[in-house]
Design a protein around this ligand. Sequence first.
Ligand SMILES: *Cc1c(COP(=O)(O)O)cnc(C)c1O
Length: 428
Amino acid sequence: MSNSRFSPETQMLGYGYKPELSEGAVKCPIFQTSTFVFNSAEEGKAFFEMAYGKPGHEGEEPGLIYSRINNPDMEILEERLKLWDGGESAAAFSSGMSAIATTLFTFLSPGDVLLYSNPLYGGTHKFVHHILTHFGIEVIGFRAGLSLKEVEKLLLKSGQAKKLKMIFVETPANPTNDLIDIEMCSAIAEKYSTADKKALVAVDNTYMGPLWQHPLKHGADVVLYSATKYIGGHSDVIGGAAVGSKDLIGKIKKTRTFFGTMIDPHTSWLLMRSLETLKLRMEAAAANAEKVAEYLSHHPKVEKVYYLGYTHRNNPGQQNIFEKQYLSNGAMLSFDIVGGEKEAFAFLNNLKHIKLAVSLGGTESLAEHPASMTHSDVPFEEKQELHITDKMIRLSIGVESYMDIIWDIEQALEKVRLPQLQPLERVI
Ligand SMILES: *Cc1c(COP(=O)(O)O)cnc(C)c1O
């Protein structure tokens, strides 16, 4: 069953599940139970010893105890999640935020420095600034697109470089699709690691994963996901995951047991179902996104398209990162409409099929206005620096017929009145 000859998409159908343990059921049932019966007191004792890492049980299968610690649905889901990234181990969580928070609390202690890329997902940004700093952790942000020398300079300027414990990045950056070189982060982490303190690299791979970017292969230590997005893929569950080495994920799982941030059996089961179609969904969405980007890039009411397929056009310096790190142009894109908030809102209010909602990675296409919605909390100057302006609209492209998506965009753009008549239109 654990046949690594097979591709992840093949393994998603059955890997890690033994029908003989569930009355021969082809599919893994939902083990909707909080606790598990031990065959004997001795067995219960041994299971607890294993769960808490006591010696003397090397090579033994850890037994089921209680669903905050382990549950078959959660465990089988984890077995499958690790396959896409080529990780040794995975941990599943109740949300992307609980995966991120549990991981950061596992490795950061008061006095440590966290270096993070800007912009970050809003929830992560708040967590880093309002909760980690409260626990005495120093946080330093760097803008996506900076070179190794520039990032290092920022770190050294803080006078705390020796205390670097973790680099946390999101690449591509949301909503501008700026890229960060994971190998560069790994080189910085290595340089500031000491014998008793290894600095780790964590990558939030929600935007591209688990199909289109594999951070572990570029030197990352932990990969994090909001499984709410592509992994869940139907905009109907909240979940999260961390993938990495047995050692690191083992430590994260220990923290998870005491925070109680694990995933529940029913959501695990839904995510296993989602994983069976992950590749089909993501590939269909990426193919649609390419058509939509192409359409937008020729529209007179569109000033600029932020799409990974246009990295060479928008930011030639980043093309080599794109080529070594990405396996697809993805299905997330943004564009600047000619005008400002008024025109952006007119477009959003006139969409007929595409839903006006935050989130991403679902089967249906979504549109939102980063400056006033997902990124409304980013200070004005930072927004300017990151090019998150009032004229920007973010699209998460789904699996509909691309012709319907483009039809909707076209009719909504038609209804947008430009601030003044464009010279081009006057000539025509
Ligand atoms: C949505 C999201 C999160 C948070 O995930 P939840 O499942 O909503 O907790 C974290 N990072 C990124 C990049 C996201 O898009």
